[in-house]
Ligand binder design. Structure first.
Ligand code: PEP
Length: 252
């Protein structure tokens, strides 16, 4: 069964509510009728409800950029999975390298967040990826393997049906440097082999996105690889024509 490509735009800490709504409308117009690729966007928390309303009925789905693992409580500044579900999020990114590097997010936190999302009916996009130093030391597969195992530990084999993995080499995020298609495929194939160990045949249906300076000019080649099933797009997702071109490049 071929996997349906899945492209998600990560808008990070960009766009006011008005700007985010305008961008969502531009995307909806440019991608109208494009059902062959699953598309989602992850605006900042403040714009989720408005963007969700602008996207209703368009086929473009709503994602959050992070979540807390508790449903409620004294956690100033945090947002819970049931709160995200209430505003219509179908997906949430966890373990993004910016969260890991700047905010100390651990594999254990990623696992708890993924579990909370699944319990709320939201599909986690679990990000993994090595730093440049780790790649140069030949530790890429060890690091990524540890992050995948740690992020999914104890969630149960059934969880794989609802999870997307995003392989994002840290050295390629926001740097303009992209992994070659062969480098991406090598890591994606290793992730799939590990998922097979953890969840058997369910691994074949898991989408593994590539992320790291994906642009209209490199998307088609990256996404032509057998285990590259989509993209998590940062910078280029903020320009509607670029993001639309990347989605179209995901067709294979
Ligand atoms: C990201 O932040 O997930 C990302 C891939 O960013 P960029 O596309 O800008 O490298």
């Amino acid at each position: 069964m071929p996997r349906r490509p899945f492209v998600c735009g990560n808008w990070k800490m960009h766009r006011t509510v008005a700007e985010a709504t305008a961008l969502a409308r531009e995307l909806a117009a440019g991608l109208a009728g494009e059902a062959r690729v699953q598309v989602a966007v992850a605006p900042p928390f403040t714009a989720l409800a408005a963007v969700g309303a602008a996207l209703r009925g368009t086929g473009i789905e709503l994602a959050a950029q992070d979540v807390h693992w508790e449903a409620q409580g004294a956690f100033t500044g945090e947002v819970s999975a049931p709160m995200l579900a209430e505003v219509g999020c179908q997906h949430a990114i966890v373990g993004h390298s910016e969260r890991r590097q700047l905010f100390g997010e651990t594999d254990e936190a990623v696992r708890r967040k993924a579990g909370a999302l699944l319990a709320a009916g939201i599909r986690p996009i679990v990000c993994v990826g090595e730093t440049l130093a780790e790649r140069e030391a030949g530790r890429t597969l060890e690091v990524v393997g540890r992050q995948v195992r740690g992020g999914l530990a104890g969630l149960g084999a059934g969880a794989l049906a609802s999870i997307t993995i995003a392989y994002e080499p840290v050295w390629a995020i926001g740097t303009g440097r992209t992994a070659t298609a062969a480098q991406a495929q090598e890591v994606h194939a290793a992730i799939r082999a590990l998922l097979r160990e953890l969840g058997g045949d369910a691994a074949d249906a898991v989408r593994i996105q590539y992320g790291g300076s994906v642009k209209p000019g490199n998307a088609a080649e990256l996404l032509s690889q057998p285990d590259v099933d989509g993209a998590l797009v940062g910078g280029a997702s903020l320009a509607a024509p670029d993001f639309i071109a990347i989605v179209k490049g995901a067709l294979r």
